[in-house]
Design a binder for this molecule. Structure first.
Ligand code: DOR
Ligand code: ZN
Length: 430
């Protein structure tokens, strides 16, 4: 056995003092006593599955002054995320076999964690879905316009979903109805205006369209970043093939709780009312929400510190997501079981990857935490190129150690690997 690690491991919903054996990057045994060539004893510290973030914007290629695969994936690693899935609104946009292949080549060179990448479907490339499906982890559909995104028109939604169903891939959807957004467009001065311009009814309308379009399909459909009570009500009784994600920013903030620098919190869909926020928490705690996704969408402070109407939407979050919710668990706001399901188990299931659980045969991806060690978020300690965080000052539990396929990529809060180790996790994709 190459390596054994010992500690208080999260196994099947409880913590047990165990040794985990690792061979060729996989978990090969879980026993009370086990010794490999190398043995690491973490004592009373907790060993949890590493997180999986199915929604990041690493800006590579095209906007690498905001982030690139190297900095974005380092931020992920420090935050206990060992697998990320990258969104297609880069420059060029990821809409062809060539652009997805190029992005994967870049990620292979630069990424410190495992990764996958999505292709965006628009009105032009819809006929090539089958061919493109062999090169990506899934497809993204933007039904409403947002930062540097392209769109699929509402009339083509069903055709797109059916084509992805044939290819048996997951479809992730940004559900804001474009017509509705256009009807509400006006000059914006603050976050309240932003909500008026992108009201819940646009999300509601779009989710209705998606639920209608996917009635007879069996492939997975994921509604990204749910933000409203109205959307939540529609999804309460969703079919089995539909999953829902919520972001940290929609759970930690509401429009009434943000007093400073409004543009930093400008994001699509918008951060809404306290009632929306509480409804999302209800869904998270009670199992109606499937995953937490950061929607890590970095922009520079220079870009954000302009008048509200001209500021880009989006905020960073991949590094702070797991640590923020670990602190919520410590405050008894959430159970370990829910958190691990939301950040590890369900994302692994959705993306069909052998991660997300401490179980023989799966990838040896773990984080080790000292549950007593709470710290506060400070932007200068984070690793995204954008250099700021909307979660400044909030309490967190950061992992001291992070393992990716048995490699200790973070050791006592320090990065150990000097170059990218990340693999593409999409099955059958080179
Ligand atoms: O606020 C957002 N920013 N929403 C999106 O859908 C895209 C993202 C970005 O890429 O900046
Ligand atoms: Zn996004």
């Amino acid at each position: 056995m190459d390596l054994t690690i010992e500690g208080n491991a999260y196994l099947n919903g409880t913590f047990e003092k165990r040794c985990i054996g690792i061979e060729q990057g996989k978990i090969s045994a879980i026993k009370k006593i086990l010794k490999g060539d190398e043995h690491l004893n973490f004592g009373r510290k907790l060993i949890l599955p590493a997180g999986i973030d199915i929604h990041v914007h690493f800006r590579d290629p095209g906007f690498v002054y905001k982030e690139d695969f190297s900095t974005g994936s380092q931020a992920a690693a420090f935050g206990g995320i060992t697998c990320v899935f990258d969104m297609p609104n880069t420059k060029p946009q990821t809409t062809t076999v060539q652009t997805i292949s190029e992005k994967i080549r870049t990620a292979k060179k630069k990424s410190f964690v495992d990764f996958g990448a999505y292709v965006a479907i628009d009105d032009e490339n819809i006929k090539y879905i089958n061919g493109m499906s062999k090169h990506c982890s899934g497809f993204k559909i933007f039904l409403g316009s947002t930062t540097d995104s392209l769109q699929l028109s509402e009339q083509k939604l069903k055709e797109a979903i059916y084509a992805v169903n044939q290819a048996n891939k997951i479809t992730l959807i940004h559900a804001e109805n474009e017509q509705c957004l256009r009807e509400h467009k006006e000059v914006e001065h603050n976050l309240k205006d932003h909500i008026r311009c992108r009201p819940s009814e646009c999300e509601e309308k779009s989710i209705k369209d998606v639920l209608d379009a996917c009635r007879d399909v069996s492939s997975k459909i994921h509604i990204c970043h749910l933000s409203s009570c109205e959307g939540f009500e529609l999804l309460r009784k969703k079919p089995k093939s539909v999953s829902v994600g919520v972001t940290p920013h929609h759970l930690f903030f509401d429009v009434g709780s943000i007093n400073s620098k409004q543009t930093l919190y400008k994001v699509n869909p918008p951060i809404r009312s306290n009632l929306d926020r509480e409804t999302l928490w209800y869904g998270v705690k009670n199992g109606f929400i499937d995953v937490l996704e950061s929607d890590h969408a970095p922009h520079t402070l220079e870009e954000k510190e302009v008048d509200f109407d001209n500021a880009p939407s989006g905020l960073p979050g991949v590094e702070t997501m797991y640590p923020l919710f670990l602190a919520e668990v410590k405050k008894n706001h959430l159970s370990f079981a829910r958190l691990i399901s939301l950040l590890c188990e369900r994302p692994a299931e959705l993306m069909n990857i052998p991660k997300g659980k401490i179980e023989v045969g799966r990838d040896a991806d773990f984080i080790v935490i000292d549950y007593k060690e709470t710290t506060t978020v400070k932007s200068e300690n984070l690793h995204s190129k954008c250099g700021w965080t909307p979660f400044e000052g909030m309490s967190t539990i950061f992992p001291g150690d992070v393992f990716l396929r048995g490699e200790r990529i973070i050791e006592e809060h320090q990065l150990t690997s000097s170059s990218g180790l990340g693999n593409n996790v999409a099955s059958g994709v080179q």
